[in-house]
Design a protein around this ligand. Structure first.
Ligand SMILES: Nc1ncnc2c1ncn2[C@@H]1O[C@H](COP(=O)(O)OP(=O)(O)OP(=O)(O)O)[C@@H](O)[C@H]1O
Ligand SMILES: [Mg+2]
Length: 303
């Protein structure tokens, strides 16, 4: 099998899925490096029922027989032929602005779908390597529902790019109390990456800082990624949107369901050429979250 990528706790390969006798489909097979608990597996299978054009289709889990201690557990999902957004930004020349806004809008739509489940699914690891691009260039959210598995398997091997760079500040406490607004923060960091596309050097957030500096400067001193070139290229509105999305106070961040508004603009059917239209501009009060929070998504939550 061809390996297409590797992350903090799994290796990903291209495989073939025999749907009927005559139909076969190429799929992504993620080989989890550690054993999963019964609980993890049960929770993973719940993801099968999720379906949205902006989330990666989860096909199933392949579970080792109970007596086997060596067979790996695998997660099978839809293959996205253009790989992840992190590489896509670096390997493809910058598209038109409306294409850029479409990718942002689709990312927001995928997250909105997860957040509007009952109970809500909080991704907790939104970043450019977890946004995948299909053959027809649709953006889809990947690795939703893996927060718990990832946390319990966090071993010596770390991702090349530390997740902390995209993480909301409220997660940096021993017993974090958080909601889906952590994903709004991370989406802002991901949008910021997408908006670097026209730059000669593509950066990821806080690229030149170590984890300790990030905790200090971002968590305590309110540092955020630079937006001067974004304002020059795309205007003030998009910078204001980013500023609201990565507000220190989660309550001040807009919700994805505050309205995926169209401001209308040439060349794009769905997203606006005015980026502020990608997400609503107001923070809509949400009803209290179901205390039976989706167990995979909010490990530290009220479950
Ligand atoms: N369904 C898929 N279709 C196409 N490529 C995929 C798919 N799933 C994963 N990949 C590729 O494999 C890479 C590794 O994925 P993986 O989720 O293990 O690591 P990561 O997202 O970089 O880090 P992390 O461990 O923090 O999630 C991805 O970045 C992507 O390039
Ligand atoms: Mg991933």
């Amino acid at each position: 099998m061809d390996k297409i990528g590797s992350g903090g706790f799994k290796d990903v390969y291209v495989g073939k899925y025999q749907i009927t006798k005559k139909t076969r489909k190429r799929v992504a097979i993620a080989d989890i490096r550690d054993q999963l608990s019964e609980m993890d597996i049960k929770e993973l299978t719940l993801l099968r029922d999720l379906s949205h054009e902006n989330i990666v289709r989860f096909i199933g889990v392949c579970i080792p027989p109970p007596e086997s201690r060596t067979t790996p557990c695998m997660i099978v999902s839809e293959l996205c032929a253009n790989g992840d957004l992190y590489d896509y930004i670096r390997n493809t020349s910058p598209p038109r602005d409306d294409e850029i806004f479409r990718i942002m809008l689709e990312t927001a739509r995928g997250l909105e779908y997860l957040h509007l489940r009952s109970p809500a699914i909080i991704h907790r690891d939104v970043k450019s390597t977890n946004v995948l691009i299909t053959r027809n260039k649709t953006a889809k959210i990947n690795d939703f529902g893996l927060a718990r598995v990832r946390h319990s398997k966090r071993g010596a091997i770390k991702s090349l790019v530390g997740t902390v760079n995209w993480q909301a500040v409220e997660l940096w406490t021993p017993k974090p109390n958080y909601d889906e607004k952590v994903d709004v923060w991370s989406a802002a960091m991901t949008f910021w990456e997408v908006l670097q596309w026209h730059q000669h050097e593509k950066k990821y957030p806080f690229q030149d800082m170590n984890e300790h500096q990030i905790y200090q400067d971002v968590g305590q001193k309110g540092l955020r990624p630079p937006t001067v070139s974004i304002r020059r290229h795309y205007g003030l509105e998009i910078v204001e949107l980013l500023n609201r999305m990565w507000d220190q106070n989660p309550k001040e961040r807009p919700t994805h369901d505050a309205g995926l508004r169209r401001t209308g603009g040439p060349g794009c059917h769905e997203a606006s050429t005015k980026p502020a239209g990608v997400l609503g501009t107001q923070c809509t009060p949400k009803p209290d979250r179901d205390p039976e929070c989706f167990p995979l998504a909010a490990e530290q939550g009220p479950t």
